[in-house]
Design a protein around this ligand. Structure first.
Ligand code: GUN
Ligand code: ZN
Length: 443
């Protein structure tokens, strides 16, 4: 017998393969009347209700009708300190960073403030159905301490790290190559591997780090190879030109990171819009990952992500592990449903139509693969963490009306990613515990 058992009945969707490679039908598994049993935080049974009903005799089973249950969503790139300036008007990446981002981030020297916004941020993630994220804090160690404390209290699987930045930013946000190394190392020792928490070494992007700092980041990652490395690459054309002028001896933007040992498994690169062929090849051959941030890329006018090159290149070994991401506050919504809807539109403008199966994959199993966590999260199957989102198919009057005209689960999922948002979240489970339930509707 288990100390803590949760049993859930309802329709669920999970992925057993990559729809971009195997095709949507082969990769997506739909269980119209499913049963999911979570014992002590880990899924121990998933399948048809009739097949598992005997296992839960005498145990309460929560039955969700008019819903579709999915693995908890995964946001592979997001800045929690930017929550306070989400939706700020103005221009493109570099101006936007200087005008809003670098002002807001200065407040996170204060531990209490970091704790407070981290709580707001994580509760909002849960409310949208996101149970794991790869998170940028600020240059202040307190910003990481406050965040990990809040994540630990909620028992969420979270990846986060202190931003490294020692030039081209306000003095109050700059560390040094040495202090950035020392502070990151101390945070790794305190937090990495504690419960469900993972550390990410986080040089913001090449323009805000000196060569000495990138070298120190590479040395730190080499000494702690099971941590993550997260940064930005090739988001904006002016940014790419700036990197070329700052690092004239390097062949391209990604080569700057490669030169300092910052590519490989668990290196997660935000955006990757304007990559040259050699950079795409290195992404794939090094086992590095990309975070696609569609609402940010349209909001900041950065450009259109190349789904075809990332997921369906000429040879299968050239594919790049790619996950969906919000990039809040450059992105405009924490809701992965909104990110999926925007990814579809980015694909449309770039000549690639992203199906519902592909979009939901990028927010679940595909994102887990980008984080090298595809054996732990992102799927509904025995052995996986009990992180689930229950989506209400009829969360607004329009969706209630529209849902009646959906003839397949694929259609219903596509309508959800086109019209749905945080209102669609009916319930969220974090490691088997009910972390959120929507208020009951008035009749
Ligand atoms: N490049 C460097 N820093 C940032 C950031 O905070 N947001 C985005 N979108 N791009 C960046
Ligand atoms: Zn970002």
């Amino acid at each position: 017998t288990f100390a803590n058992r949760t049993a859930i009945r309802g329709a669920y969707v999970t992925f057993t393969d990559n729809p971009f490679a195997a095709g949507d039908n082969a990769a997506m598994h739909f269980e119209p009347d499913g049963l999911i049993i979570i014992d002590d935080g880990v899924i121990t049974f998933s399948g048809n209700y009739a097949d598992g009903a005997g296992l839960v005799q005498g145990h309460p089973v929560t039955h969700y009708t008019d819903a579709v249950i999915l693995p908890g969503f995964i946001d592979t790139h997001v800045h929690y300190p930017q929550l306070q300036m989400i939706g700020a008007y103005g221009a493109q990446l570099i101006d936007w960073l200087n005008t809003y981002t670098f002002v807001a981030e200065q407040q996170y020297a204060d531990l209490d403030y970091a704790r407070q916004v981290s709580g707001v941020f994580l509760d909002e993630l849960i409310r949208t159905g996101t149970t794991t994220a790869a998170v940028y804090c600020t240059a202040h160690p307190n910003s990481v301490t406050g965040f990990f404390e809040a994540a630990q209290r909620r028992n969420m699987r979270m990846i986060a790290g202190k931003v490294l930045m020692d030039r081209n930013a306000p003095e109050a946000l700059c560390d040094t190559a040495q202090s950035g190394f020392d502070d990151s190392l101390a945070l790794i020792n305190t937090w990495h591997g504690k419960g469900r928490l993972h550390y990410a070494i986080t040089p913001r992007f090449a323009p805000t780090s000196t060569e000495a700092q990138l070298e120190a980041a590479g040395a730190l990652w080499q000494a702690h190879p099971d941590t993550y490395m997260q940064t930005h690459v090739s988001e904006n054309l002016d940014e790419v030109a700036w990197v070329k002028s700052l690092f004239p001896e390097r062949q391209n933007y990604l080569d700057v990171y490669a030169h300092y040992g910052l590519v490989g498994p668990r290196a997660v690169f935000g955006h990757a819009i304007h990559l040259e062929p050699a950079e795409w090849d290195l992404m794939a051959s090094s086992g590095s990952s990309i975070s696609h941030c569609p609402t940010s890329n349209t909001f900041l006018g950065s450009g259109l992500f190349d789904f075809k090159r990332a997921f369906q290149p000429k040879a299968p070994h050239q594919a790049v592990r790619t996950g969906l991401a919000s990039d809040v506050g450059g992105g405009t919504s924490l809701s992965m449903l909104r990110c999926m809807g925007e990814a579809y539109k980015v694909g449309q403008l770039g000549g690639y139509s992203v199906s519902a199966a592909k979009a939901f994959y990028m927010a679940t199993r595909g994102a887990a693969k980008a984080l090298y966590l595809e054996d732990r999260i992102g799927s509904i199957a025995p052995g996986f963490d009990g992180d689930l989102v229950v989506l209400n198919r009829k969360s607004t009057p329009l969706l209630q009306f529209r849902d009646a005209y959906c003839n397949s689960i694929e259609e219903a999922l596509f309508v959800l990613m086109t019209l749905g948002d945080d209102r669609a979240t009916q319930a969220v489970y974090v490691a088997g515990d009910l972390a959120y339930v929507a208020a009951a509707e008035a009749d």
